[in-house]
Design a protein around this ligand. Structure first.
Ligand SMILES: Nc1nc2c(c(=O)[nH]1)N[C@H]1C(S)=C(S)[C@@H](COP(=O)(O)O)O[C@H]1N2
Ligand SMILES: [Mo]
Length: 197
């Protein structure tokens, strides 16, 4: 079965496929637990901690400038998918709406369903990071994180929170769900930062 969905990286793609990864043409769904049920009418995105408390409804975030993004996606369970196409808004455009305390150096991503994952503010505040509400020209399917997910292409995909609904700004690093369970706090795929041990 494995051979049907996974193939050895094409050498010409070599510089895009991190060590220890295989390419997949499908888009596996990787969720710990079940897909939460989310009603857009009551959907809310909150910011707290070392940033002025704010809450955004769906309309507020949909009014941010829309962009198309093409990004490679690397799961720590060793599959990668190249050139995934998304639509959404830039993390930088969202962060510009906030008043972040200069003491903030780390961020915890919070989600419907309770998943968390931590990220350094400098890894979050990058031009290639985005929030997505469409995947391959369709509304982002619930199992892939719809209505809204974060995508952080330069880190393993467990740092790209599905059903994201909050950012908590922190002065020092705290660990999210997988990070508390042995995954690397940073998670850079080309450095194979898979585990913390
Ligand atoms: N809320 C939430 N976000 C999550 C996860 C999860 O279980 N819950 N899994 C992570 C992992 S391990 C990966 S590889 C990607 C998978 O995204 P996909 O299911 O769209 O392929 O989502 C990440 N974001
Ligand atoms: Mo993953």
């Amino acid at each position: 079965m494995l051979g049907k969905f996974f193939k050895k990286p094409d050498p010409s793609m070599g510089d895009r496929v991190p060590p220890g990864q295989h390419l997949t043409n499908g888009f596996p769904i990787m969720t710990y637990g079940s897909t939460p049920e989310i009603d857009l009418a009551t959907w809310e995105f909150k910011v707290w901690g070392l940033a002025q408390k704010k809450a955004f409804d769906w309309e507020a975030l949909k009014s941010l400038p829309v962009h198309e993004f093409t990004a490679d996606f690397h799961c720590v369970t060793r599959w990668s998918k190249l050139d995934v196409t998304w639509r959404g808004f830039k993390v930088k455009d969202f962060l510009a709406l906030l008043e972040i305390d200069p003491a903030a150096k780390h961020v915890m991503q919070h989600c419907y369903g309770g998943y968390t994952t931590n990220i350094a503010l400098e890894d979050l505040d990058r031009d290639d990071n985005f929030f997505a509400y469409e995947l391959a020209g369709e509304p982002l399917p619930a199992e892939h994180g719809g209505p809204l997910r974060l995508v952080v292409p330069h880190l393993y995909a467990w740092k790209s929170a599905k059903w994201i609904n909050g950012l908590e700004f922190l002065s020092s690093e705290e660990l999210g769900f997988w990070e508390r369970n042995g995954y690397h706090s940073h998670g850079e795929p080309f450095a194979e930062e898979r585990y913390s041990y």
